[in-house]
Write a protein that binds this ligand. Structure first.
Ligand SMILES: Cc1cc2nc3c(=O)[nH]c(=O)nc-3n(C[C@H](O)[C@H](O)[C@H](O)COP(=O)(O)OP(=O)(O)OC[C@H]3O[C@@H](n4cnc5c(N)ncnc54)[C@H](O)[C@@H]3O)c2cc1C
Length: 347
């Protein structure tokens, strides 16, 4: 399914930069004819289809480059312990290799305001944050405070680039590193004091779960309104399991769909209130997904037969794709019997 007409596009790897002992940047070469398709806003991400061992793995990586100041498309992948695809990116991807990539997506982007900005970023969560930060430095006069948590000095991604930005924009960027081995994990009092020191600011948060939990608690404790808080989650919330008894209660109404994935076909029982993606996962079928909220496109599949209802398309699909019969399976329910759904193959 990969081609130059989507949903996956073939992009060669131009260069690789080893950032730290466990993270590397992949710089992609975007051909002239795909420049418009791959134009993006700081903070957006790319979705990669990685065919490995007979399965199509789908993973999102934020663009760490900045469209306002750089022409390259750069993602930075940090190893996750026992992670299948983050380690593949770090061990196996080489310059010249072609990767299968969906066009940029995501809403974790700068809002057009003049208020100060506070960024809380942990580990690989720096990727969208540095993109937004570079964009805000170049295109606004806003002041910025970045709290950047890492395990230790050697784990800091983009340390030199951040220092250079601090020097280039004196008085606009305050950079505070928080290292687990010397400062301990970010705690509630420290996070609250940063939040309290920036009344009226917009807050951007991206990092590991426990780091984000502390920041969210601090924001709530300081009564920061929701419209000033922007959060990007790298780790999926578990797909909600059906309520106990729900399956039994609705067994009579459950329908089934034929799901084409990885060259095979599965018959999947789908409950009336259940999405196709949730039904696949409940049946043990590893259908691709990432955000599960309708904005990333990772779970897109084409309807080959039958009628379905897509509850939300929050930018995951464009109008042409909807017209062509693509749906976001995380948001799609059955409307008729005989539905057939085909996930794209990146090979
Ligand atoms: C919108 C978005 C943007 C992202 N941007 C980036 C980015 O710029 N750089 C980057 O390195 N990653 C990013 N990620 C995370 C990335 O998509 C993968 O989830 C991550 O690389 C792990 O994939 P894997 O196949 O190696 O691990 P899997 O084989 O899927 O998982 C292995 C184990 O690690 C846990 N796990 C999964 N993801 C993480 C994680 N991020 N941190 C800690 N534990 C995890 C899983 O629960 C599982 O137990 C982003 C995710 C999203 C949704």
């Amino acid at each position: 399914m990969s081609s130059q007409s989507g949903p996956y596009y073939d992009l060669p790897v131009a260069r690789i930069v080893e950032e730290t002992h466990d993270a590397r940047s992949i710089i992609l070469s975007v051909p002239e004819e795909l420049k418009a398709t791959f134009s993006y806003t700081a903070g957006q991400f790319l979705t990669f289809g990685v065919p490995l061992e007979g399965h199509q793995w789908v993973r999102c990586y934020s663009l760490a480059s900045c469209p306002d100041t750089e022409s390259e498309h750069k993602v930075t992948v940090k190893r996750v312990e026992d992670g299948r695809i983050s380690n593949w990116f770090n061990d196996s991807v080489t310059p010249g290799q072609t990767l299968h990539v969906m066009k940029p997506a995501g809403h974790f982007c700068l809002q057009a305001r003049e208020t100060p900005l506070v960024f809380f970023s942990g580990g690989s969560g720096i990727t969208p944050v540095i993109s937004i930060l570079k964009s805000a430095l170049a295109t606004t006069q806003r002041s910025m405070h970045l709290v950047y948590g890492n395990r230790d000095q050697d784990s800091i991604i983009f340390g030199a680039e951040l220092r250079a930005l601090e020097a280039e924009y004196p008085g606009r960027l305050k950079l505070v590193h928080r290292l687990d081995d010397t400062d301990g994990f970010l705690d509630l009092p420290s996070a609250r004091s940063v939040v309290a020191s920036a009344p009226g600011a917009d807050f951007y948060v991206c990092g590991p779960g426990p780091f984000m939990d502390v920041v969210e608690e601090a924001l709530a404790a300081e009564s920061v309104p929701d419209e000033r808080i922007f959060i990007e989650r790298f780790v999926l919330p578990e797909l909600e399991a059906p309520a106990p008894g729900a399956a039994a209660a609705s067994t009579g109404e459950a329908d089934s769909a034929q799901v084409y994935l990885d060259g095979g076909v599965h018959t999947v029982a789908v409950q009336p209130e259940e999405t196709i993606l949730a039904a696949c996962h409940r049946a043990g079928i590893d259908a691709p997904c990432a955000c599960t909220e309708g904005y990333c496109g990772a779970c897109m599949a084409r309807v080959k037969a039958g009628e379905v209802e897509m509850l939300l398309n929050d930018g995951g699909l464009d109008d042409d794709q909807v017209e062509e019969g693509w749906v976001l399976t995380c948001q799609t329910r059955l409307k008729s019997a005989g539905v057939e759904i085909e996930y794209p193959d990146a090979e």
